[in-house]
Design a protein around this ligand. Structure first.
Ligand code: SAM
Ligand code: TMP
Ligand code: ZN
Length: 408
């Protein structure tokens, strides 16, 4: 376990702004009866006084987080399926114009984005360390390397496949503390006029919506346009475009290129200005974020305790990685939320990390419907509420906590 005291990128001084204490690994669902000790780490978050990158203070070894049985499936939501189909079409139309052009995706998971590229008969390669999801992608006919993307993997891919026109990573680059090795890998693999595109949760949205449950072991960095611009420059690249995406509660898609290879879009300057006006990187903003986290905990716990004291049943919906921070930090266990309904086969029949709330299939949700459902998968609210519309028809109420605690 590495405890970081200086910025992982520029070596600047880190200012801690929140400490969630001892937390489990967010995707380490527990098998009932398993006697082995659960792994906990200190989850604390800080901002660099020099480059403004927000980062965790402790770096969990990657093999502990990204194992063969990693349970998260990217195709678990129809909205994300559509998002990744659109992303593939965007690359096919704008970047992969020559039939020989190659796209490499790291963190390709079950192959949801590359599937569209493969169906179009175009050159592609996924790089995915978790064997289970990598095999799921390979079974669909997608070319995948079961490895961590880093300098050596990228150099090897460059030697065997030639340069990549596009290197892409969704909800993965911010998971990687060793960005120096990744940038050296991008340098080895990227074509002279190629682009490195990545999309990750946006710190400005997390602050504005108090969606502190985005903070957990796998999310090592929390990007802003300013900090990504500084990071790209630090490693010899240039940030040339940004696009705000509605997925996962607000993300930014960053496009990075070799210096001078592309004309920067006006969106970069616009977002830098918005972040300045919004004082995103000021200590007072982070202090306010910290006090909003504490108030949210008090309000949500109060509501759940009232439900329990009045004999109302509460079930969770979506055993998200995010819910690990929420339940463990707020002290929400099976006494307040009796089980969590989730469609992921590998999560069903397990207990949630640390808080040990049983996870069941969505069929259990209707058998019988509870009085309240706490929506842990708030980023999929529309899709889930549509799918479970009978719940409300039967008098059930949804509890949401982003951007504030409310009952619908
Ligand atoms: N890209 C998918 C999406 O957006 O739904 C999957 C995101 S999932 C939260 C993170 C993925 O990153 C996991 O499949 C994990 O195995 C992968 N990952 C973590 N470190 C990696 C690395 N160094 N190289 C490639 N993939 C990595
Ligand atoms: P995510 O927020 O990290 O994408 O995780 C969403 C979780 O919610 C994942 O475990 C799958 C689950 N889920 C359902 O159970 N039903 C659904 O309809 C959707 C969209 C997600
Ligand atoms: Zn820094």
């Amino acid at each position: 376990m590495t405890v970081t005291l200086d910025c992982r990128i520029c070596g600047g001084t880190l200012h801690e702004f929140f400490d969630f204490g001892r937390q489990p690994l967010a995707d380490a669902f527990v098998t009932p009866g398993d006697a082995s000790e659960e792994f906990f780490h200190r989850l604390a978050v800080a901002m660099c006084a020099s480059c403004t990158m927000v980062q965790l203070l402790e770096d969990v070894p990657r093999e502990r987080m990204f194992r063969t049985d990693y349970p998260y499936l990217s195709s678990g939501s129809t909205a994300m399926q559509e998002h990744f189909r659109a992303t593939a079409r965007y690359f096919l139309d704008r970047e992969l114009r020559d039939p020989g052009d190659l796209v490499v995706e790291f963190g390709s998971n079950d192959g949801i984005m590359l599937d569209t590229v493969a169906r179009a008969g175009r050159r592609h390669l996924g790089v995915e360390p978790c064997a289970g999801v990598a095999q799921a992608a390979a079974a669909k006919g997608i070319r995948v390397r079961n490895a961590f993307f880093e300098e050596s993997t990228a150099a090897d891919v460059a030697a065997t496949e030639g340069p990549a026109k596009v290197i892409y990573a969704a909800n993965t680059f911010s998971h990687i503390s060793y960005v120096d090795s990744v940038f050296r890998g991008v340098d080895a693999l990227l074509a002279p006029d190629g682009v490195f595109v990545f999309e990750d949760p946006y710190m400005a949205d997390i602050i504005e919506r108090t969606s502190f449950d985005q903070i957990y072991d796998e999310h090592f960095y929390f990007f802003t346009v300013r900090s990504v611009q500084a990071m790209a420059a630090h490693y010899g690249f240039e940030l040339v475009d940004v696009e705000h995406l509605p997925v996962h509660g607000g993300e930014i898609r960053y496009t990075v290129a070799r210096p001078g290879a592309r004309t920067p879009s006006p969106a970069v300057a616009r977002y830098l200005e918005l972040e300045k006006v919004g004082r995103i990187t000021e200590r007072s903003t982070l202090d306010r974020f910290a006090s909003n986290i504490e108030s949210l905990r008090a309000t949500l716990r109060g509501l759940l305790e009232r439900c329990r004291d009045e004999g109302r049943s509460v079930v969770g919906y979506g055993a998200t990685a995010k819910s690990a921070t929420l339940t463990n930090y707020c002290g929400i266990g099976p006494d307040l939320v009796s089980f969590i309904a989730d469609s992921t086969p590998a999560k069903q029949g397990t207990l949630s990390p640390g808080s040990h709330i049983p996870v069941r299939s969505p069929e259990a949700f209707a058998d019988p419907y509870p009085d309240y459902a706490l929506l842990f998968a708030w980023n999929h609210a529309e899709e889930i509420m549509r799918k479970e519309s009978r719940f409300r028809d039967r008098g059930g109420r949804w509890i949401l906590y982003v951007p504030e605690v409310r009952v619908l």
